[in-house]
Design a binder for this molecule. Structure first.
Ligand code: SAH
Length: 209
């Protein structure tokens, strides 16, 4: 999977490739889906949601240029696979998932290897990490959004530190552009286009309704 789907398509970061080799995608799939674990496509995880394609997970992770002491906000935890990749690279991940059964399932799997280094909340992630909202203003070094947003939610920008990075698919329900956002020192944002993608919708107050 790593050689044919990631290296060949230009994923270069040795840390990201090592994480993708170490974390077994099959661990995050239901039994009936495990045989498709290394396929070059998303797979269903129930509730109409999908685990992202391995290449997209690697690409989004690479674009964030993560450091080992970073604290990352992830919106749309789903299976928890992307969370595990992030946890291989950074110190802490705060995840938000709107479907409680998926939050519970991901938490259970992630506890095996990453106990004490992640928090997963069931909430509307378009509003940022929910608990004690004010504490999280200018808090995160990076933010990864794994569902399609109609625009960049303002709460996610405000929870990002100055000089923080965010990767987010922005567009309509059917097709999106992966956008890399940088919050500048003065709070303004700088955006660059990465690739054309297709994600399930981000459903929430600053998402789709
Ligand atoms: N990275 C995940 C992707 C899961 S699909 C994986 O590879 O498994 C996107 C997820 O975003 C779904 O689980 C969906 O329930 C969740 N989601 C959609 N809108 C959301 C919102 N407003 N807040 C939090 N999670 C949301």
């Amino acid at each position: 999977m790593v050689d044919t789907q990631l290296v060949r398509r230009g994923i270069r970061s040795s840390n990201v490739l090592a994480a993708m080799r170490k974390v077994d995608r099959a661990d995050f799939l239901c039994d009936s889906e495990k045989r498709f674990a290394y396929n070059d496509e998303p797979q269903p995880i129930g509730f109409g949601q999908t685990i992202s394609q391995p290449f997209i997970v690697a690409l989004m992770t690479e674009m964030l240029e993560l450091n080992s002491d970073d604290i990352v906000l992830e919106v749309g935890v789903g299976s928890g696979y992307q969370t595990a990749i992030l946890l291989e690279l950074v110190s802490k991940v705060y995840g938000v998932e709107r479907i409680h059964a998926l939050s519970l399932r991901a938490t259970k799997i992630l506890l095996e290897n990453y106990k004490g280094r992640f928090h997963i909340a069931t909430a509307d992630g378009t509003l940022g990490f929910p608990l004690q909202n004010k504490i999280f203003i200018n808090f995160f070094d990076a933010c990864l959004v794994a569902a399609a947003a109609p625009q960049i939610p303002s709460a996610l920008i405000s929870q990002l530190k100055p000089e923080g990075r965010m990767i987010i698919p922005v567009g309509d329900r059917y097709s999106q552009e992966l956008v890399l956002v940088r919050k500048l020192k003065d709070g303004r944002i700088d955006k660059s286009y990465v690739d054309a993608v297709r994600f399930v919708p981000l459903v929430g107050k600053e998402g789709f309704h």
